[in-house]
Design a protein around this ligand. Sequence first.
Ligand code: AHR
Length: 496
Amino acid sequence: MKCTVHASKNFVIGTADKRLFSSFVEQLGRCVYGGLYEKDHPLSDEDGLRSDVIKLVKDLDIPMVRFPGGNYVSNHRWEDSVGPIDERPVRLDLAWKALDPNTFGIKEFIDWCKKVGTEPMMALNLGTRGIDAAKDLVEYCNHPGGTALSDLRKSHGSEAPYNIKMWCLGNEMDGPWQVGHKTADEYGRLAAEVGKAIKLFDPSLELVACGSSNSDMPTFPSWEETVLEHTWEVADYLSLHMYFRNDENDAETFLASSKKMDQFIETVVHVCDYVQAKKRSKKTMYLSFDEWNVWFHSNEQDKTEPKWNVGKHLLEDVYTFEDALVVGCLLNSLLRHCDRVKVACLAQLVNVIAPIMTEEGGPSWAQTIYWPFYYASKYGRGEVLDIRLDVPTYKNHHYGEVPYADAVLVYHAEEQELDLFVVNRSLDETMEISLDAIGFPTQLKLIEHILLHHTDLKASNDRDNPEHIKPVVMDITREPYKAPRQSWNLFRFSIS
Ligand code: AHR
């Protein structure tokens, strides 16, 4: 099958914000305890942080990490997670029916961020708490000193403020599962007042209002409209969350998942612009897709986990090669909406629906989905061009008709490079790629072809075979421009 990618140097969607390659650490399962933090692991440093995990995270070059939840945040008291560790209370986390020792709290997270070279994005509890707790946390974290809360932070060992720039006004407040679930009006009013207080403290802080937990929620998209009506003045971003599943074991449909993501983003953009028009506002509302991934493998297993333990084995999806192809398509979707989606967080980072897995006392390794994320983070930060594809399409069970190729083209002016990400969704046919890029030299030089391919869609990596699914650099002198059936590809072209 042939696939021609049509582009023009002048037709640009936007410049991809580096924060599109952010991630998420929730106090859930073994994400923190047994993931980031394992006191007695031979590879842990003096703070109990696993250096092997830090290395894998660093390689992903993640610009920002959302913390501490997720559903967890909606029943958490931030005051429990600061100060001397041995004085912190053990609490019940109702969201995940777990025990929360509060050993790894705010300071520990900020220290980990520094070691990894990433920025924190902090979520506020608007489930069980309100304006006081939120404004106090912001003051504790960001005020330089001379007030009760900023001096408290100093007494806890952090002289300099954390200067956390981005704050989430709650988490999934539309979800009936959320502790402190609210109607759109209840949430919108609260978020507006919390946002007002935070902006009075520092108008340069960036705030994310909660959109829907996914586009199948019965309140979608009127939730977005109502919430924006209330929060328009204080919110800088509206959040989107979406997880993808393959319950029917239907690969062709699953591989078309990015169409659902495209539609979700485009509908939310329309609602934002509708509210903007209603308000006669000049402001553009940007989107923060702050939870996205494949999540379904572990659902049954999770029902058997005993309650009220620390570091439960929850949401430990073992990702297949097929999932990696889907994640590649989802990254393409985020990139082709980079004019409005400025932040996106792969949920989550370690052990919990994560690209990185660890064994307690044992090794860590990269799951299949690590690789498309790694390359998108490395080569996706440029100008995303508005391409058209000339390629056959196919029908699938949920998402209508989709092209066999899911592609994005990213231009790096400084490096004089064009990077083409292509997923070949065909389960049978090789795809021959050609690039017709107006405004660039006709003879673009292919400098690298990186391929992720396996004959078995269900193949995965594990502790004994951690590199079973790993990209390979192709010999471009042999079969250039060919994307094998069921494959993720990065073609890098030099323009000079
Ligand atoms: O990422 C797992 C959970 O998914 C988060 O806690 C919640 O926000 C979402 O429902």
